[in-house]
Write a protein that binds this ligand. Structure first.
Ligand SMILES: [Zn+2]
Length: 407
């Protein structure tokens, strides 16, 4: 394929180091790398010549002479990201620093299976990339189920019919001929929340997505916490004692008394009854009721917030986050109603040391939080020196298994 770039190993290492740092001068690059002035100049020239680095301003240098600042050229390539929920997806085309250049929301049913959903994704991605000449570097997908991180395969998703074990990177990698990163949706949102926070972002953050189901993404010590099998943060299927009389509700996963059987959008819809003509309500119907100010729906969502608070109190004791951020469609429509119960029960059930500086709030970034997190996690993997060599040679090889992300 045309446009292949071959970089020296040193230039790839420098490009990797420049991701995630503020712009640097030649002297600062020398200080960080220990390289001679000649080597620094040669590698900077190599990266500038390849269009991967750019001059981005001047600072006062030694002896009062202005020094040129260098940063990664965000326009050297494109990233495509698709943040998929149970009933809709946010798609975006991003630059190499994760800045969103174009976005689109689409309705879909994740239960229709991977062929249908990924087919739609491919179609919409092609539209987002129409008339774009710069090269595509990578694709990232967020999915509402546990993702086995080394392989990018979905594992035993409770609600995603047909997705178990499906090779998402294989399918999209064959279509787009670039590396593909797959992430649990709540993990992507947690990471996006940290990326979008004022510098420095919180190192310990719990993101709770409340949509059709309930999921959590955990950032601990500045990294996404995925767990041994990619199942960390499966808050929706933790057991809660909601303090109610009668038998506990049955969950979609087959167990009973799961948190989302009380607090997920599907459970709220179940309790609000059908639409009057026998058709069952969905989480999207609950969102519409909240937007219309329906008193019954608001009351039911406040009750969901209290059960979320019971579950989150356990998580706060285990993880001691500095922030709990709530997002997803139900939080967007009725966040304050959810927060009231969460605040009440977290404060009552966690130790004061864990809650004294704990902030609990709704995300301020709306639908962008998932796509931004996906783009940054993808870029972190693409800028690994070995992966860079493949990306720049337009190689179609996959990502390095278990490459560190988010640090
Ligand atoms: Zn369950």
């Amino acid at each position: 394929m045309d446009g292949a770039t071959v970089l020296s190993e040193g230039a790839r290492v420098l490009l990797h180091d420049l991701r995630g740092t503020p712009p640097l001068t030649r002297a600062q690059v020398g200080d960080r790398t220990g390289w001679s002035r000649g080597t620094v100049n040669a590698r900077l020239d190599e990266l500038i010549g390849a269009g991967l680095l750019r001059e981005c301003g001047l600072v006062e240098g030694a002896r009062g002479r202005p020094a040129v600042l260098f940063s990664i050229n965000p326009d050297a390539g494109d990233l495509l990201v698709g943040h998929i929920g149970a009933s809709g997806a946010q798609l975006a085309r991003c630059d190499l620093t994760g800045g969103i250049l174009a976005r689109e929301s689409v309705a879909l049913d994740v239960g229709a299976g991977p062929e249908v959903v990924l087919g739609l994704l491919e179609e919409r991605f092609a539209v987002l990339r129409a008339d774009v000449e710069r090269p595509l570097w990578g694709v990232a997908v967020g999915l509402p189920g546990p993702v086995h991180f080394p392989t990018g395969r979905v594992v035993s998703p409770p609600i995603m019919t047909g997705w178990d074990g499906f090779d998402v990177p294989g399918r999209l990698g064959a279509t787009f001929e670039v590396p593909v990163h797959v992430e649990n949706d709540a993990n992507a949102m947690a990471w996006g929340e940290r990326c979008l926070a004022p510098e420095p972002g919180p190192d310990d953050l719990l993101f709770v997505k409340v949509g059709t189901g309930v999921g959590a993404g955990i950032v601990a010590n500045g990294r996404i916490l995925r767990g041994a099998q990619g199942a960390a943060g499966d808050l929706g299927h933790t057991f809660v004692d909601a303090g109610e009389d009668g038998p506990p509700p049955l969950c979609r996963c087959g167990k009973s008394a799961c948190l989302e059987a009380y607090a997920g959008g599907w459970a709220i819809a179940r309790d609000l009854g059908d639409l009057g003509d026998g058709r069952p309500r969905t989480a999207l119907d609950v969102v519409a009721l909240l937007r219309a100010g329906d008193a019954r729906a608001i009351q039911r969502v406040r009750a969901a917030g209290r059960v979320l608070g019971v579950g989150l109190a356990q998580a706060v004791s285990l993880l001691n986050p500095s922030e709990i951020v709530v997002g997803g469609p139900l939080a967007a429509a009725g966040g304050e109603h959810l927060l009231a119960g969460i605040r009440q029960h977290v404060a009552a059930r966690s130790l004061p040391l864990a809650t004294q500086d704990l902030r609990i709030r709704v995300t301020r970034h709306g639908d962008d939080v998932g796509p931004v997190g996906l783009a940054d996690a993808l870029a972190a993997r693409l800028f690994e020196p070995d992966t860079l060599a493949r990306v720049l040679s337009r190689g179609t090889g996959g990502l390095v298994p278990a490459a560190p992300v988010g640090g």
